[in-house]
Design a protein around this ligand. Structure first.
Ligand SMILES: Cc1ncc(COP(=O)(O)O)c(C=O)c1O
Length: 471
């Protein structure tokens, strides 16, 4: 986000002060040091519904929904009240070993009710990454309990994002997230090609042939690693941070069938896709027709009002862990697992999603959002608009025919999102992409604002490129 504050006379002392304090002391996630040193960060002071306000009172429509997490909208009084009530009643209770609390037990039961098939067991975490790490550890625990001590290998996809703890980041496959300065688990984690037909299919290849090639690659990898040695496969039903990749029809079902064939656990990472973003509580079964062995979720679980995530897993897995007289202990957990205030916020969030029929709103407004965004494809630098319901992405290209990208240092997504910022619209720039995941309360009028503002921002960026002799 651009914060060229020096040129703006409207910038208040408070904004300058906050930016300076922040610059001096705050290391941000994904901070790009050279840029941050110059520009700092935009300080956000307030939020209401789909809107956020900076410390100078400028209003923006947040089409990113925070970070794919603001599902019910910001500034809800009844949510604040639920959080305050729980904090007064019981702000913290240990979840370890043989203690629980009322909101945690109720939330676990509610999640079991909403989850597909026999995914009736819940482990609470602090967010998405810790849910992925919990899945990673539980997978090994489960395979060891079954005597499958060779099942150590994990397979995921290039360009996937699964979080930022050590295992989660190693499972993720975005090249930009694996800079040489960081270390990763590389001996037991493997990445397959990702199902991006627009970018990854060979010239002239049909969608069916592309899916066939991905399925074959998966089987080849399993055979290469040893058919008894692969423990689990991790996949986001729609890849989010990797550029909102909706796989071609049949891909997920066939990957799932391959897992079944080789006794490999299928982990659906629904940190983004659950709690209504695709119009369902969970997308894996209702949208894609697969029942995974584990689901990781976070974000929309509390709509960002409290940090909380969860690993949901099947009764079948539970039965192995819970074997009678095994004298086992599941030595894993966090001080803030099942925190009562976070669980109370999640229960209130689910109540609001149900009462206001927000999943139905996504089913109704989602196709309109996608079809209106698609109209941007007439612009000379828009290569593809893609997505499903309330997940969307615009991909920019230097040449529509060859799909050639702009040089990375040109930062085309950021150039466009900087124009959009000035016009009151927040989109998320990821190199040559702008991604969006608006709150589920978004209306058709909001869609019209997003699309017209994004069009204007792209046109302004095109004019800049022409002026600089880059187009
Ligand atoms: C698919 C997916 N999994 C896991 C995570 C990690 O979640 P958190 O940032 O809450 O740790 C994210 C975050 O963006 C995500 O998009």
């Amino acid at each position: 986000m651009s914060t060229d504050t020096s040129s703006s006379e409207t910038v208040s002392n408070t904004s300058k002060e906050i930016t300076e304090l922040d610059k001096k002391h705050h290391l941000h996630p994904w901070q790009v040091f050279d840029v941050f040193r110059e520009e700092g960060a935009l300080a956000i002071a307030k939020g209401e519904g789909c809107y956020i306000y900076d410390t100078d009172g400028r209003k923006y429509f947040d089409a990113v929904g925070g970070l794919w997490c603001n599902n019910i909208g910001l500034g809800r009084t009844e949510m604040a009240q639920a959080i305050a009530d729980q904090a007064m009643e019981m702000s913290y209770a240990s979840p370890f070993t043989d203690l629980t609390n009322i909101p945690a037990a109720k939330l676990a039961a509610k999640l079991a009710e909403l989850a597909p098939a026999d995914l009736n067991r819940v482990f609470f975490t602090c967010g998405g990454s810790t849910a992925i790490d919990t899945a990673f550890r539980m997978i090994h625990y489960y395979q060891n309990c079954r005597g499958k001590h060779n099942k150590k290998h994990i397979i995921s996809r290039l360009n996937s994002y699964h979080g930022s703890t050590y295992a989660a980041m190693s499972i993720g496959g975005k090249p930009g997230d694996h800079p040489p300065e960081f270390d990763f688990i590389s001996d037991t984690i493997h990445h397959l090609n990702y199902p991006n037909y627009y970018r990854c299919a060979a010239d002239g290849m049909s969608e069916e042939a592309f899916v066939d090639s991905l399925i074959q690659e998966f089987e080849d990898k399993i055979i290469e690693l040893g058919t008894d040695n692969v423990a689990a496969f991790f996949a986001e039903p729609i890849m989010g941070a990797g550029g909102v990749i909706v796989a071609p029809d049949g891909y997920l079902k066939r990957m799932h069938a391959m897992c079944k064939q080789y006794d490999i656990l299928f982990v659906a990472d629904e940190v983004v896709t659950a709690f209504g973003r695709l119009g369902h509580w969970f997308a894996c079964e209702d949208e894609f027709g697969i029942v995974p062995d584990m689901i990781t979720c976070a974000k929309g679980l509390s709509s960002g009002y409290q940090p909380i995530g969860a690993l949901l897993f099947s009764d079948a897995i539970w039965d192995v862990l819970d074997e009678k007289d095994s004298d086992r202990c599941f030595a894993h957990g966090f001080t803030y697992s099942a925190r009562p205030v976070a669980c109370a916020a999640a229960l209130k969030n689910i109540e609001i999603l149900e009462r206001e029929k927000l999943l139905e709103n996504v089913k109704e407004v989602g196709p309109y959002f996608q079809s209106q965004l698609k109209t941007l494809e007439d612009l000379p630098i828009v290569g593809q608009v893609r997505g499903l319901k309330f997940m969307a992405c615009v991909e920019y290209v230097a040449n529509k025919e060859t799909k050639a990208l702009f040089p990375e240092e040109l930062d085309i997504g950021k150039r466009i999102s900087n124009h959009a910022d000035k016009l009151g619209l927040i989109t998320r720039a990821i190199v040559h992409l702008n991604v969006m995941s608006p709150p589920l309360i978004m209306t058709r009028d909001d869609v019209d604002f997003i699309v017209s503002t994004l069009r204007q921002s792209i046109e302004l960026a095109i004019a800049d490129l022409k002026e600089e002799g880059l187009l």
